[in-house]
Design a protein around this ligand. Structure first.
Ligand code: NAD
Length: 242
């Protein structure tokens, strides 16, 4: 492990432009559960991917919102705090590295830790918008309305989260950033969700140095120059020499 830590430290030192691609595993140490650890079916014989989908939102918005609230524990979202992993990336930026965070997370914790360039590829839990007139509503409003509707046109609001079955609007910017980086560091993602999981493959093919910190192997492991099978917190602590 310490050899791998030294190698990653060296990779970080040599890189001026660093892109971090983060997933739900980044926030488990803040107390937010990831998806792959949850058991297959959610309820009524549906998978998480079927529930958190644009089809389900359109078919049954009331049931969608009820499940969405539970899955993402949105009532608690303000209570979660950034952890050592989020802070590690924010500190790299403070040390003068040009860091872009591409996150699949919707919890807003990278920005709260102080990272300045964050692309929230799957959107944000902190707002919901009207599909008809685009008016944005804050989380506080959503929390006070079991079935949140637009203040102006009374349509049911959609969370500003990219649901399964929707396109990822920032994906081209994400690929561009990764392909221009000196180092792509993936942290806490099963790399199962497409198209984001193709970023490491393309970066590796373009000659970008690639590293992964994850508890478990992923099916994209072959795209990485270095893989650390371990926790994000312990790895970041070791990297900082703490
Ligand atoms: P995932 O749940 O599919 O995979 C998480 C990975 O992180 C797993 O491989 C797990 O072994 C690893 N992991 C968990 N905790 C770790 C730790 N402390 N250190 C190192 N590795 C750790 O997550 P994903 O790939 O991001 O895909 C899930 C989708 O669900 C994403 O689209 C995301 O938007 C959404 N999601 C977001 C949140 C959030 O915003 N915090 C939470 C759950 C799901």
């Amino acid at each position: 492990m310490s050899e791998q830590i030294n190698r990653l430290r060296q990779m970080l030192e040599q890189a001026e432009t660093i892109v971090a691609l983060t997933g739900a595993g980044m926030s488990t140490e803040s107390g937010i559960p990831d998806f792959r650890s949850a058991n297959g079916l959610w309820s009524r014989g549906m998978s998480l991917a079927e529930v958190v989908s644009i089809d389900y939102f359109r078919r049954d918005p009331e049931a969608f919102w009820q499940a969405f609230r539970e899955i993402f524990r949105i009532k608690l979202i303000g209570d979660y705090r950034p952890n050592e992993g989020h802070q590690f990336l924010a500190e790299l930026e403070q040390q003068g590295k040009r860091v872009t965070v591409l996150t699949q997370n919707i919890d807003g914790l990278h920005a709260r830790a102080g990272s300045g360039r964050v692309l929230e590829l799957h959107g944000s839990l902190l707002t919901a918008s009207c599909p008809s007139c685009d008016t944005t509503h804050a989380l506080d409003y959503v929390l006070h309305h079991p079935l949140p509707v637009c203040r102006l046109c009374h349509d049911v609001l959609k969370p500003d989260v990219v649901l399964y079955g929707e396109a990822v609007p920032l994906i081209e910017l994400a690929f561009d950033a990764a392909l221009q980086a000196d180092l792509l560091l993936v942290m806490g993602s099963s790399l199962e969700v497409s198209p984001v999981n193709l970023i490491p493959l393309e970066a590796a093919q373009a000659g970008v140095a690639t590293a992964l910190i994850n508890y478990t192997p992923t099916r994209m492991d072959h795209a990485f120059d270095l893989r650390i099978l371990g926790g994000i917190g312990e790895t970041c602590r070791a990297l900082s020499g703490a």
